[in-house]
Design a protein. Sequence first.
Length: 154
Amino acid sequence: MLTQLIYHSQYVPGEYGALSTVRNILQTSEINNGRDGITGFLIFDKSHFLQILEGDIERVRRTLDRIKGDPRHRDLAFIADGPIETRAFTDWAMGGYVRSSESQAVYARHGITGDLDLGALTGATVVALALDLLAFETARQKQRVVGIDTHDPV
């Protein structure tokens, strides 16, 4: 049975800095999740992680146990947890996005205009935000490939 688990946790600063920590989490997760048949997405807003995990219920639970033991975050709390018929992130063993000023409009479309209100987040909101961030970043990368820089005047 496929399950989708969504949680938030607080980032614990370490010796390597936030961006290095997120890169390391994504790289390690891509290897482990690829091996275990888990897909998902990680959002980092510089103080909290939002993570979506999808896959076989037992494998997702084992992954969650590893995450709970990771000293890079604390205060893990569930947003949603339940069965799904299809995965939202079929192409991502673990995709990710670090909140930036360029993506504020994407967050605002989901009612997030300032700091995350962790108590108000729903699973549907987190999944929709993650899919929109993925689309936003994909569009930005395509613009870079064709030589369009949206930050410079034409």
